[in-house]
Write a protein that binds this ligand. Structure first.
Ligand code: MF3
Ligand code: CO
Length: 248
């Protein structure tokens, strides 16, 4: 069941999205050599509180932290710990908030100091693939148009798209229908309508698309140990086209 949000609900989701982006902005600025995922988690929690929000992730299926921090070959769902970031690392921050019953969900991959050309390219292509997906968020298109646009951008640049994890509808729950895969055929899947809100979140691997979950039950890593990047926005489909809600 795909929910259509009213203008009143969309207005709330705009606020939730803006608050999510504010948290991300502050957390992103704190990503530097010598900082730790645990510090970022604490900072994120502080900003969430200041914004009058709660973490969408804490306690979700038993998830133990406020945000997910995934470094280098870690794809998503990294549990913040005390490891030190080193120059050259890439750090994916995934965070969501709930505000007055509405969710915002967003991810960015940040560079720690100076990183390799390859890392820069991976981050750029992943970010662009999200933009390509968002461009397809037009009433009358289908979910498959988003999936296909993301996949084509990624594979044409020599990278691969994670298949085991997908984007999702979002609203008064973090995960609503429909699933939004980052791969697939154009022209198939549910039709997009004005008032739908989707979290589009390409996870892009330098090497193969295969991933596995570590013993901690959460951290998803690339099977080949190569790098991965993750960009996500919460996006509304409106009469005026796509509207990114997770922006400042
Ligand atoms: N942004 C992610 C998601 O969409 C993270 C959720 S995992 C959690 O689906 F357990 F940490 F919440
Ligand atoms: Co998400």
């Amino acid at each position: 069941m795909i929910f259509i949000k009213s203008e009143r609900e969309l207005e709330k989701m705009r606020v939730a999205g803006r608050k999510t982006a504010r948290v991300m902005e502050e957390v992103g600025r704190a990503v530097k050599p010598g900082a730790t995922p645990l510090e970022l988690d604490r900072l994120a929690f502080e900003v969430m509180k200041r914004e009058g929000t709660d973490s969408a992730f804490k306690g979700y299926l038993g998830y133990p932290a406020h945000v997910c921090i995934s470094v280098n070959e870690e794809v998503v769902h990294g549990i913040p710990r005390a490891r030190l970031f080193q120059e050259g690392d890439i750090v994916s921050v995934d965070l969501g908030v709930i505000w007055q019953g509405f969710y915002g969900d967003m991810a960015r991959t940040f560079a720690v100091g100076k990183v390799s050309e390859l890392s820069l390219r991976l981050m750029k292509v992943t970010c662009e693939s999200l933009e390509k997906g968002i461009e397809q968020c037009v009433a009358g298109n289908r979910v498959g148009d988003i999936s296909h646009a993301v996949e084509m951008w990624v594979t044409s640049h020599g990278f691969s798209v994670v298949r085991d994890l997908v984007g999702h509808g979002i609203g008064t729950k973090m995960h609503e229908d429909p699933p939004v895969p980052n791969f697939g055929e154009a022209g198939v899947g549910p039709k997009l309508k004005s008032g739908m809100v989707l979290a589009i979140e390409p996870m892009v691997n330098e090497g193969g698309f295969e991933v596995e979950t570590l013993q901690d039950g959460w951290t998803v890593v690339t099977k080949d140990g190569k790098l991965s990047a993750h960009f996500e926005n919460t996006v509304a489909i409106t009469e005026n086209g796509p509207e990114i809600l997770t922006k400042l």
